[in-house]
Every structure is written in C-alpha cells, then in structure tokens.
Design a protein around this ligand. Sequence first.
Ligand code: GLC
Ligand code: CA
Length: 547
Amino acid sequence: MRRNWSPLPDRENSLSDAGVPAWLSNSVGYEVYIRSFGDGNADGIGDMVGLLPHLDHLAWLGVDVVWITPFYPSPMADYGYDVADYEGVAPEFGTLDDFDRVVARAHDLGLRVVVDIVPNHTSDVHAWFEASRSDPEGDHRDYYIWRDPAPGGGPPNNWMSHFGGPAWTLDEASGQYYLHLFLPEQPDLNWRNPAVRSEFEKILRFWLDRGVDGFRIDVAHALIKDEQLRDNPMLMPLDGVTDASYRFICMDHRYDLTQPETLDIYRSWRHIVEQYDAVLIGETYVLDPADLAKMLPGDGLHIGFWFTPMHMEWEAGAIRRTLSAATEAVPAGVGWVQSSHDESRPVARYGGGDLGRRRSLGLSVLMMGLPGVPFIYQGEELGLDDGVVPADQLTDPLAVRNEDSVGRDACRTPMPWGPGPNLGFSTAARTWLPIGHGVEWSVASEMADPRSHLNRVRELLRVRCAITDLATMPTRWHDCPGDLVGFSRGDHIFVLNVGDTVASWQPGGRWDCVYRSVGFETDSSMSEISLVPAEAVILARSAPGPT
Ligand code: GLC
Ligand code: CA
C-alpha cells in the first residue's frame, strides 16, 4: 500500500498499554509551518522544495516526527487552513511529486511524516461548498450547516466565530445562514451527514497510500455540533470587550465545541490508520483535562495536544498542577506543546530575552521527561522571541480583520537559517512576512556556538533518547522545597527551578547530573543539587560505588 516505503528503524507495530504505537510513544515531534520554513523557488513563500534540504536539520536536531501544516490548494484566507481540495498541493507549495520527495527523504532520514488534515471546515471555494450554496435542493446542501434566520430575524443562534463577529453568514440568494466557527470563508462541514464522513475516509486513505505516518487533526474537538444548535450560555458580559479572542472566551462553548459524538469519528478513523501503522494527533483545544480524556479513551485519538501550559502562570504550584493534570487524565496520550503557529512564542510569553529563553528550555526539560509526545515548533529550538512585524505588514486575518488583535504573524516569521539574503530562508526581494530576527539567532550561528540554545536543545533530545526509563516507568511527583518542581521516572529525576533565586535540594541518595539547561557542569555522585533561576536538570541515580 505504501508508495514511498523505505525502511525505518523500530518499525514493528508494537503497542504500548494506551494503544500508542511504540514508534510514536518514544518520539519527539516537530512542527513545520511550511510557508515560513524554506523557499525553494524564490517567490518569498516557503514550499516543499525548500523544505526538502532542511529535513537534515531536523534529523541532526534529533526529532522523530515532522508535522507539516496544510499545503493543499487554497485561497489562503487563513493561510491554508481553508482547503479547496484535500487531495492536492497548492501551486505555491509545489506539486504532489515534490511532496512524495519530501516523504521519501524524511523516511530515509528515519523521520515520520504527519500531515495536517482540516475536517471542521473547508474553503468557501471548495467544490462541495459551491454546490451546497448554489443548489439548496442538491445533495451537497447538507454537507454544511444551513439554517433559517432566528424567528425575529438575524443569525440562528448566538455562537461566535473564533476570528471575531458572529459564527453565521447570510446567503442572500437562499435567505439561509451557514455556520463558520472561523472565517466566513471557512464554512463548517456537517459531520452528522454520513456522506461527509465517507469523503474524509477516502481522503485519509489517499494520504496514507502516499506514505504518510499520521494526521494532525485541525480543531479536533469541534467537528460535531449540538443537534439543536442551542444558544451557548454566557460566562461574562461582552459589553466593552472588543478583542476577538477575548470575546470568544466570554462564552461557555457548551454546544459548539466538545460534543461527545465527535469521538465516533475518531473511532472509525482509528480503524483506518491502524491498517497503516499510522496515528491520529488531535489539535484538542480544551483546557479541562477531563475533556481531553474523552477524546482519548484508547480507541479514539492516539495523542491530544494539551494547550493549558500555554496559559499557565509561571509559578511552581501552577506548573505542577497543569502538567500533572494532563498525565493523570491521559496517561500516555499527551501531546506537549509550548508553542505553535497560533501563539506568541514562549520566550516572549515568559518574560522575553534570556529570561524567557531559560524558562522555555526549563519547561521543555519537564515536558521531555513526562509520558506523552513533546512537540517543538520551528524556531523554538533556536530560542526565538516573537518576530518583529511592522503594523503595516500584518497579514493574519485575526489581526487584519479585528482592530484590537495583534494576530499570529509574530510567531510565523521565516525560519532564520544563516547569513545572506533573508537569512537563508529565500532569495526573493521580499518575503511573505518580514524576517523577524537577527543573524545571531540563525541555525548556522547557533550551531557554531556550543553554548547556544540550539545546542542545548539538541543535547536535551540526545539525553532523553538514551533514558530507557521513559518507556516503562511511571511518573512520581516530588514535594520539592520552595520553587522547585520535580518528578522521577524510575532512576531519573527531572527538576526545574521556577523561582528567581538559587535553589538547592537533597532528593535522597546519590545522583549524577546528566543534563543542565543553564550551566554545563555535569557532576557525579552528588547528594545535593543546586539550580540557578529558571534552570532545569536531569539526574540519574549514581551506580553504587566499589565496596
Ligand atoms: C487551528 C489552526 C489555526 C487555524 C484554525 C482554523 O486552530 O492551528 O491556524 O486558523 O485551526 O482552521
Ligand atoms: Ca516558494
């Protein structure tokens, strides 16, 4: 079945207790935002040909799974998350042959490839929506969610778009509204219609037959909506709240998100992907671990991203609670993320500059030690701060269509590779977003400096990979003193100093320090460990000395 088959290490289809294939449960993932990774044809936009040579960087770094953001034909109203054809490659990103070459090269390097599937909505220029809109009596009408206006006129209910404004747009011709949880150009599919389900089962097989190893499922928690489309209760009044994202969270999304029937979809997808030893990774944007667990009962999603760490306070108790809540709810299925193409970079969120960089790496050390699959978003390994994008060059619809929102451009500026035009991203005169960083933050500069963030991240991955306890041993949280947060996995301890003063701890017994996120000394046989502010360490129990 696999067209791009090439041998990969550890290929046997062994499953851990939680049903996650062994190849995934020991992996570290990496998100490639294709538009900003590498430009192969000098038009200022990243593409498949530009991604190809940089796969070596990912293998060198030590990641195992590469998730590529949507590259399908699209009018790019939401930069590819508005798909017009699920079985092609947008001309600006290349061709299907180019994609096949990326998969083949990745497999040669021992990397798995996960593609981003966008099932909640299509583009409004997708042939299904064009048919649905133009023929209210036709078969495609019910592919989307159409409703008459409310009895007094206006939208059928009070749901809001994530991107500002109501979640409904009126189609003058038919007098009905269609639902869109995102832009009006992203109409929501009707997942209660079995025809929509069969279309996607076919799409999954299309990519599996081309050799992909899994899917990152966009907005995985939202596919099914309340059958009666009831109004959502309000949590806070909207008066005076103008920021689109903030308005969205003023509402209790009881009826538009996290409907229990959504799991049935993943159960049927699971049967398909298992035939290919492939996996389902959900963009599960739920902040309550119980909601995450509902989508991972063992036969649904393999992995669900856990986003609450992106919003937690930098405080020891909050960090421990947020991390442990997810592993308790979903023992092996947590997708750990601290950055993505949708959020301000962690370095910026955690105080900026060196402080933000230390905190981000320290948190990574904990995430790399917990059960689940940690993901790195491109540039996170460089310790990038938010990119600088002048106001007149903002392009994200969230920013452009809402006066008060800064949008997501700052985390999407092109990847800095080295010296030269556009820091090696592109030889175009102008790139789609400006280059957001200085050359000192480029891959080439950081590679050359053994003390760089990049080399520290790479070393962390190398150390993690060698810790066999991570595959088998449970997590035991410690009641560490003061601002330390730590846990054991078998004979290893992972501990972070969240505070802003030096902290010491005697975990009992003797320990070798095998990784430090700030310092470099890796002492052996210590009974006490000291950590500078925002430093994390990994300790291994010392081998008993000669008697
Ligand atoms: C997801 C994507 C985001 C996109 C949205 C709508 O949250 O990560 O970039 O705008 O879905 O598809
Ligand atoms: Ca290009």
